[in-house]
Design a protein around this ligand. Structure first.
Ligand code: PMV
Length: 328
């Protein structure tokens, strides 16, 4: 029996990963930059044993069906190959979220699984190797190896595509992110399908790639200068450019709902009134508001005029992946 357990925190992209150039290896079309957060995390344990006859995956206590088990088995297979063993595994994964919002994320989930496999099979992967391994579970997971800011350097091969921490002098500790949960249901178009459709059909896709390259440089400069407004401006614009690609794809689609627009407008209004806040959105309708930590309570209270307490989650910068003691 080989056991391992790890905890990984969710990251939110400030400069988005949007599009794969290799579906199998999960190599991205563009580099991306994220902030790891403390509010949402996943703890995953894995045990490999000769006594198991198939791979089983329990998420939040429930045995998962074929589709979800297959995602997990992709990483299990890679780990088995690397360790030179042929044993099936049982995976227990628990998502920790501060509300019952169902904001589980593939970034923390697949990173925690990668860490648990690394420990169980004593693969002794370096952070870079662990990031590459997690990437093959879900692209965004490669950034959850690190706390604070991380950059996923796109690279052009399995060996060269991984995340690294972004030097920030701990500036992330002065920041906060407020989640505005306007819909907690599973999204209709997964990020995987959404990005594939835009790569293949969006009129704006090439322009997105050009913009993303410039935006990541601007964001890194803003982080180096600890310039909140410069960072806020570029991350909000980057998110809007990503979402613009979906409107210009065939068939056109959007992740936004009327409540997403309500939250975005609220951010504009607060900014006009002199508050420091900018939004970002991923492949779903929820809005995330970046602000300085010292202003977060004021901005939270403002958001509470439009949204209920259950819809709002205040997060701060989170840590990188951690190994945990296994129970057996
Ligand atoms: O790695 P995935 O399949 O969770 O895709 C993530 C895509 C976005 O959240 C929209 C952007 C990102 O960089 O996280």
């Amino acid at each position: 029996m080989h056991n391992g357990k790890a905890r990984a925190f969710t990251n939110i992209a400030l400069i988005k990963y949007w599009g794969k150039k290799d579906q199998q290896l999960i190599l991205p079309m563009n580099s991306s930059l994220s902030l790891t957060l403390d509010a949402f995390y996943t703890e995953t344990s894995v045990s490999f044993s000769k006594n198991y006859t198939e791979d089983l995956f329990y998420l939040d206590g429930r045995l998962q069906g074929e589709k979800n088990t297959q995602k997990v088995a992709r990483l299990l297979n890679l780990a088995r190959k690397q360790a030179g063993i042929n044993e099936h595994a049982v995976v227990y994964s628990q998502n920790f979220v501060p509300t019952a919002a169902g904001l589980a994320s593939s970034s923390s989930g697949l990173a925690a699984l990668a860490g648990a496999c690394n420990d169980a099979l004593e693969l002794n992967l370096s952070s870079t190797e662990l990031s590459r391994f997690a990437r093959k579970g879900s692209g965004s997971a490669c950034r959850s190896i690190y706390g604070g800011f991380a950059e996923w350097q796109k690279g052009d091969s399995d060996q060269t595509s991984y995340a690294l921490p972004v030097e920030s002098n701990h500036w992330e500790d002065d920041l906060a992110m407020i989640f505005v949960i306007v819909n907690d249901k599973a999204k209709k178009i997964s990020s995987r399908n959404g990005m594939q459709q835009t790569v293949e059909t969006s009129l704006y896709y090439n322009d997105w790639l050009k913009a993303a390259e410039t935006d990541i440089k601007t964001a890194k400069k803003a982080i180096a200068n600890q310039d909140f407004h410069a960072l806020g401006e570029v991350i909000e614009a980057n998110c809007l450019k990503m979402h613009a690609t979906t409107l210009a794809s065939t068939p056109p689609f959007s992740y936004w709902t009327p409540d997403s627009l309500k939250a975005m407008n609220k951010v504009y209004e607060m900014r006009q009134a002199g508050q420091n806040c900018y939004f970002t959105m991923d492949a779903g309708p929820n809005v995330k508001v970046l602000c300085p930590k010292k202003d977060s309570q004021k901005i939270y209270d403002e958001l509470q005029k439009e949204f209920s307490e259950q819809q709002l989650v205040l997060a701060h910068a989170g840590k990188g992946i951690e190994s945990l003691e296994t129970e057996v």
